[in-house]
Every structure is written in C-alpha cells, then in structure tokens.
Design a protein around this ligand. Structure first.
Ligand code: DLL
Length: 435
C-alpha cells in the first residue's frame, strides 16, 4: 500500500491546495516587499504593490527573478531575514561567474527536510531502512537535503558523500543499505563497478534509489535498475529553491509530484515570458511560498518541462512535472536544429551501448560539426576495423533518425571516458570557446 509522509497535504483536494497557496502567497509577497529591497524595486518598476496580490490568480502580476538578478544582488541582496536568523547556507556548483548562495532559517531547513522525507517515503523508505547518501556533502544541496529527509523519517542514515566507489560498495554490503541516493550517472557507475567486482545485484540488499540533480532518460533508468536490482526514483530541485525535494516521483513513475503547499509552478514561453496553458512545454518557473531566508518569487529555472494536472493513481493530488529535458542552457543548436543531450543518450542505450559518452560540437568551414564519442562494451565488440566502421555508421544512422542531423560517431575503448561521481559533464561545445 502506498505510504505518504504528509498525507493531509499530499492528498489534499485542489480547493484546499489553492487556498493554502493563496494565503501563503499573500504573506510571502509582503515578506519579500518589506525585506528584500532588490525585489521591492522590481515590483515598483512594474507598478505592483502587495495590495495587488490577493491570491494565486494574481501571481502573473509579479516580476520574474532570473539568475542575473541573483548575480546582481550577490551575495546578500536576496537575504530575507537578519543574518542572525540564518542557520546555514548552500551554494551552486557554478564553474563560471558568481555562484548562487542560498540562505536557510531553521524553519526553512525543517520544511526542506520534510519535502525530502516525502520523496524518500514515496520511494518506499521507512524507519527500518538504511539510507546510503552518496551525493556530495558540503556546499552542494544534494546530500544535506536527503540526509535531513532520512533523519525526519527516522531511518539509519549513512553519510558517505560521493566518490570512493569501492568503499561505497563495502559499506553497502556490510551495513545492508536498502536505499541509495546519488546522481543517476554515479548510480550507473556504482552499478558498473559492482558488475566488474563479480557481485550480482541480488546479492545486495538495495531496494530503491532516489536519483536526481541532472537530466536522465528512461533508458538510463532501466540500465540502473537492472545493474543494482532496484526501483529507481527521480527527484528534482535546485539550490535557488532550497535543493532536492521540490518534486519527487511516486511508484507510478509518471512525472514528479511538486510539493505544492511550498511551491507554485508555472510554465512560460521562454522567449516572451507569457504563461502557457496546461500541458504545453516551456520553461519552469517557481515561487517558494515558505522560504524566508532566500525567498524566490517567480524564479525562472531555465528547465524545459511540461506539467500534468491529471489525477495520479498513487493518491497524491500534487501536480506532476515531466522529467526535465534539460536546461535551455544545455540545449545545443546544431545546424539550426535544437538538440538535447538526453535525446542522444536515449538512442545510445536503445542501441545497446552504455551511458558513457561525450558530445563535442565545433564549427568548421562555417558548418557546425557534431562528434559523439561512445564506449564499446563486451556486447558491442568488433575486432575488425571494417566491423567497427559498420557499427559507427549504424549508430550514426539511428541518431540521425532521432535528431534529423548527421553526427560523426567514434567508438572508443571501454573505460576511456571519465566516469562521474556527481553531475556528469557530457558536452564540450568548442564553438563557445571561440566566440
Ligand atoms: O541539483 C539539487 C538536487 C540535488 C536535486 C539532488 C536533486 C537531487 P543545483 O545544483 O542548483 O541543485 O542544480 C539544479 O539541476 O535546474 C536542473 O537543471 C537540474 N536537475 C536537478 N534535478 C533534476 C532532475 C540540485 N531530477 C539544476 N532531472 C536544475 C533533471 C535536474 N534535471
């Protein structure tokens, strides 16, 4: 039987959810207007005051916040409480420009852990479980969030952090870990290492995994589920909104339920900012309703996604978001065609290759080039040059059918592409280095 961590809200009626959201929105707008001068100015520029916001039907009147606003206001410009009220911070892993620093009050932390506890419960976690946390601890939100969630459930929490894969597997076996939390690319790597060590998935006690922080495909899910002998659940979130637990999958695995008592989701046209009707694909925008330390009103995530408001048979009434196809930042435009790495990954796995690949985009003689490096594996092995060429051509053909453009595929030796212990970096866009 399905279990819930906060059944009263997770299964509340639409009327109840709308009421909760409306009341909280009115209070949150007032909080931000009074305490975040940067956003107050944006509201003034748009001619909006807190009196104009009477409920969620007025949400569209508020200005958006984008990453550039957070950069402009770095480091304390969006802090919504006195520093003495801040209990901790986290930060994005951004390698270029300024990082985003998110602030939490004690209450913000508790709400965040509750959201993660809902996600873990939906993945089958109870007090009896041993939860192995293999997201990175530190500035990244991944580990702290699910660690807090596991504590809220009362499960035994194993704070491994990412990396040191042999030690992960030793602890997993010795302690009898039942739930693994890490990025999907790291889960795939752990699965691969287990196979190399000659351990069968059924020898492990793992039953499920809670994987997120990067886009991953259904094909990758199957791969991980088979290699670890588990059911793999998706979890979504971002530093600006607190971290993991903004939304999470239930056993139906048909989209991630958004914690709507804490967040309002909208889908907008990324070019015009216009709010799109239900079911249309566009950029996800979130409003955090409770966060006081780092409150976000209409934050533009750049994640491309679709919302589904139909009823889920798990009993939860929270709206569901599809797996994000990737950030609009990650979308490559190659010879005029929009390409997401996840599309390429889907084809590779369908064709029997492993999720170890690198995409290189360049421009030669004014034409974009797309090179895809993919590892060979024992099932896809050919010992003649001719045989390899045939394989490369056949894979390039399958990718062309998906994308509409012709890539050059390079099959490379097993293990020659670096594995990821956190978020995988799979695209090298050399055009950006030149521009
Ligand atoms: O990745 C928070 C997180 C940690 C989520 C652990 C889930 C598990 P950031 O580092 O700020 O925060 O990156 C946020 O990662 O805007 C998405 O583009 C991407 N992302 C996060 N979860 C998913 C997911 C954390 N399940 C950015 N599927 C987001 C696809 C995801 N993309």
């Amino acid at each position: 039987m399905e279990r819930y961590f906060s059944e009263n809200v997770e299964c509340a009626s639409r009327e109840e959810i709308t009421k909760i959201q409306s009341e909280k929105l009115v209070a949150q707008v007032k909080h931000v207007y009074d305490n975040v001068p940067y956003y107050r100015k944006k509201m003034e520029e748009k001619g909006v005051t807190p009196d104009d916001i009477k409920g969620i039907e007025d949400l569209h009147k508020l200005p958006f916040i984008c990453k550039d606003d957070l950069k402009d206001a770095y480091p304390y410009g969006f802090l919504g409480v006195p520093k003495s009220e801040v209990s901790k911070i986290h930060s994005t892993s951004g390698t270029t420009g300024k990082r985003v620093i998110a602030y939490y009050t004690k209450e913000d932390e508790d709400i965040w852990y509750e959201c993660c506890a809902r996600a873990l419960t939906a993945a089958g976690a109870t007090k009896e479980d041993v939860v192995q946390v293999a997201y990175g601890y530190g500035l990244f939100t991944g580990a702290s969030g699910v660690d807090g969630g596991a504590h809220a459930i009362g499960a035994m929490t194993v704070p491994m952090s990412s990396g040191n894969t042999d030690r992960q597997i030793t602890f997993m076996r010795d302690l009898g870990s039942t739930i693994l939390c890490c990025t999907p690319s790291y889960a795939a790597y752990i699965g691969e290492t287990i196979a190399e060590m000659g351990i069968k998935p059924e020898e492990l006690t793992l039953k499920s995994g809670v994987f997120g922080a990067e886009p991953w495909t259904e094909a990758m899910r199957k791969e991980i589920e088979a290699s670890l002998g588990i059911k793999a659940y998706d979890i979504y979130g971002l530093t600006e909104l607190g971290g993991p637990g903004v939304s999470y999958e239930c056993y139906e695995q048909k989209g991630m339920h958004i914690n709507e008592d804490h967040y309002i989701a909208e889908i907008i046209n990324p070019e015009t900012g216009e709010v799109l009707p239900d079911g249309e694909k566009g950029e996800l925008v979130f409003t955090s309703l409770d966060k006081k330390g780092f409150p976000m009103l209409r934050y533009r995530t750049k994640d491309i996604c679709v919302l589904n408001k139909t009823k889920c048979s798990c009993g939860r009434t929270f709206v569901r978001m599809a797996k994000p196809m990737g950030r609009s930042d990650d979308m490559m435009i190659i010879r005029g065609v929009n390409v997401f790495p996840s599309q390429i990954e889907t084809v590779l796995l369908q064709e029997g290759y492993k999720p170890n690949y690198r995409i290189e985009v360049d421009r030669k003689n004014n034409t974009d080039t797309l090179d895809i490096y993919v590892e060979l594996n024992s099932e896809k092995f050919s010992d003649t040059v001719k045989g390899l060429e045939i394989q490369e051509k056949s894979l390039a053909g399958a990718i062309k059918t998906m994308l509409g453009i012709n890539p050059k595929v390079h099959l490379v030796p097993e293990k020659s592409i670096a594995r990821s212990e956190g978020k995988a970096v799979r695209i090298v866009d050399k055009r950006k280095l030149i521009d």
